[in-house]
Design a protein around this ligand. Structure first.
Ligand SMILES: [Zn+2]
Length: 248
């Protein structure tokens, strides 16, 4: 039987069983295996990997492991002198856009509230999420590692936090989105863009009190939902401040 030696660096250890973190792991190979398969057998999705060195030479995911290989796996190039190395991560997406796994509905809603383009439906299958990501070049946000192991997904991120509000802060920080926050520019219900609309045009749809007290309105270009600068607006601004700082 052949054997290889694997080591995961930095935050890739979040995925690895505690006993195997930050250490050289002896791994038996009972069949021909690509380095992608070996890495993912430890629970690390390929979308999190930026560089693989085998015996100090950079390889891509298709490399077939050989007996005695020393495999080092990095989440980013910043930790080593990576000139001439094979970068496995694509260039970052020019405009951040996401497709969000079916069980992260509140994260999707909050990110839309901050103005980010997030496709989401609570009946998305893994296959649909992967297809949308691949065809539309959208970053998958998920807490399901097996979803990120799908080959067609190039852009994907495993959300570490389990609480929605902390997830928002994590995503803002990870992708450096703070300067792009634009509250009340996108419909939280359907992801459509909001535009201003005059009160006269929608007056017939307003409740009497809303009609009496508010004058500035926005409408979703997709689903027609109406938004106005009432308590919803104040709550949103308060939430945005919380997301920036982090915590519950
Ligand atoms: Zn809408």
């Amino acid at each position: 039987m052949s054997q290889v030696y694997c080591r995961f660096y930095k935050e890739l250890n979040d995925f690895v069983t505690p006993a195997l973190r930050h250490t050289e792991i002896n791994h038996d190979l009972d069949r021909k295996a690509s380095v992608k398969d070996i890495i993912e057998s430890f629970g690390v999705p390929h979308t999190e990997v930026a560089l693989i060195l085998v015996n100090e030479v950079s390889v891509d995911f298709t490399y077939i492991a050989q007996d005695g290989d020393v495999i080092r796996v990095y989440p980013s190039l910043v930790y080593i002198d990576a000139k001439q190395m094979q970068q496995l991560r694509p260039e970052p997406l020019p405009i951040p856009k996401y497709v969000i796994d079916a069980n992260l509905g509140r994260l999707a809603r909050y990110l839309r509230l901050l103005g980010f383009d997030c496709l989401y439906r609570n009946d998305y299958s893994d296959e649909m999420v992967a297809k949308i990501s691949s065809e539309d070049e959208r970053m998958v946000l998920t807490r399901d590692r097996s979803l990120l192991q799908r080959k067609i997904i190039v852009y994907g991120y495993f959300v570490r936090a389990s609480t929605p509000r902390i997830q928002v802060h994590e995503v803002l920080k990870k992708f450096d989105l703070f300067h792009l926050i634009a509250p009340l520019s996108r419909c939280t219900r359907c992801n459509g863009k909001l535009r201003k609309i005059s009160k006269e045009k929608i007056e017939h749809r307003l409740q009497p009190l809303t009609k009496r007290y508010y004058n500035n309105f926005l409408i979703c270009a997709e689903c027609g939902q109406i938004y106005w600068q009432g308590s919803h607006y104040e709550r949103t601004i308060h939430l945005v401040d919380k997301f920036k700082v982090g915590g519950e």
